[in-house]
Design a protein around this ligand. Structure first.
Ligand code: GLV
Ligand code: MN
Ligand code: MN
Ligand code: MN
Length: 399
């Protein structure tokens, strides 16, 4: 029996990023594979039966695999230079909760599974929640197979190298039928749970969000010999497009828009880039508003690019509308945690993808600064313990 803090402590050195700070645990990197092995070992030590399905989702069963089981879990991959809690907190809390339930002598009326979903962040292959999208059929399988990482490897090839058969990835109705209810515990990623108030919240909704790729093409050339008047520099267009994105989102209440990743090609200090690829993450509660925002950004990007002698393409890579968690499940969880407020989140989660198919709900654990996707993301030991205890109460009530 281990507490959630002991469990998190045992992985605190896995995937540390000496350059960015924090953790870089991209799916199927050495670090994420180490965490997968750690999870399998922890589950096995607890007498849980572990299986990895055809989409690389790990399931650890307390009781026989069965349809309609209670399932809890989260993910082990991270953003580049991320915090220690986004993902692993939910997996470690689930393991600790099983310990608490066993110590309390809880006799489950149905089986419980703990899951770890691959590529929740989309940090390697670009599509967030790739594991749960494959499981549910929320992504076209051919599109998924052909996703490429930054080194040009396809998801199919990486899946194969990690023991999966790329021909068999994709919708898995049998695995999905095993999820009767899904509950994901996650670190809170904004300022929703302040000091002095409750440490745990029950999720109400996830903000609609998507990713778009912008490719700006210009004329690659020499930094020293090309007169300023003779340039078609896509970096200059990119800079103006980024500012335009910021302005467009700031004018739209409740919108969020971010360019967090940009690749100049070929990327030399004394080289005017020939192309810039950059990725836009945009979020808003209403699909139509997001669509208008993207259209406005596309128009501005075309004008700015033309002024610089460049061209631009904009392509949608993924989109998920606003999700409201299952009202009955959420109500019953709120009844078990009377002090926990309902809280909406701007972050995406596998529970959000699953919510389109099975009753799903979330618990959030306080993050004192509200900072996430950063090495500064934090949860106190006390709040982590309270989160695992709350999850145990919820699982006991639902089992
Ligand atoms: C996942 O954390 C996301 O919201 O991008
Ligand atoms: Mn997460
Ligand atoms: Mn995240
Ligand atoms: Mn030269």
């Amino acid at each position: 029996m281990e507490t959630v803090n002991q469990l998190l402590d045992s992985i605190k050195d896995v995937g540390r990023d000496a350059v960015r700070g924090g953790y870089s645990r991209a799916v199927y990197s050495t670090a994420e594979l180490d965490l997968r092995s750690w999870f399998i070992e922890q589950a096995t030590q607890r007498g849980l039966d572990v299986e990895t399905d055809r989409n690389g989702i790990i399931w650890a069963w307390w009781g026989k695999p069965q349809d309609g089981a209670l399932v809890t879990g989260s993910h082990l991959d991270s953003v580049p230079g991320g915090g220690a809690f986004d993902g692993p907190l939910g997996v470690a809390s689930a393991l600790a909760a099983v310990d608490l339930l066993k110590a309390r002598g809880v006799q489950p009326r149905r089986s419980l599974a703990i899951t770890a979903f691959p590529e929740e962040e989309g940090s390697r292959f670009g599509v967030a929640c790739l594991g749960s999208r494959l499981l549910t059929g929320a992504i076209d399988v051919d599109k998924a197979r052909n996703l490429r990482d930054g080194d040009g490897n396809t998801f199919a090839d990486v899946a194969r190298a990690n023991g999966l058969d790329p021909r068999h990835i994709g919708p898995d109705p049998q695995a999905l039928a095993r999820i009767g209810d899904f509950v994901e515990l996650h670190v809170e990623q904004g300022k929703g749970l302040g000091a002095g108030g409750p440490a745990i919240a029950v999720g109400s909704s996830i903000l609609g969000h998507g990713r778009w790729k912008l490719s700006i093409s210009g004329q690659g050339n020499h930094a020293g010999t090309t007169l300023m008047a003779d340039r078609a520099d896509p970096m200059v267009a990119a800079a103006q497009i980024i500012v335009a994105i910021r302005q467009a989102a700031a004018r739209q209440p409740d919108a969020r828009a971010t360019v967090g990743r940009l690749i100049p090609v070929p990327g030399g200090t004394n080289v005017i880039a020939s192309r810039v690829d950059m990725w836009l993450d945009a979020r808003h509660p209403e699909d139509a508003v997001t669509a208008r925002l993207i259209e406005a950004i596309h128009g501005r990007a075309q004008r700015v690019s033309a002024e610089e002698g460049c061209t631009v393409t904009l392509t949608e890579e993924s989109y998920s509308g606003t999700v409201h968690f299952d009202p009955d499940l959420t109500r019953s969880i709120s009844g078990m945690l009377p002090d926990a407020p309902l809280l909406a989140t701007g972050a995406g989660h596998d529970a959000g993808v699953l919510a389109g198919f099975v009753p799903s709900a979330m618990l959030f654990v306080r993050n004192p600064s509200g900072i996430s996707h950063s090495p500064e993301e934090h949860v106190t030991d006390e709040d982590a313990g309270a989160g695992a205890a709350a999850l145990a109460d919820v699982l006991a009530g639902l089992l």
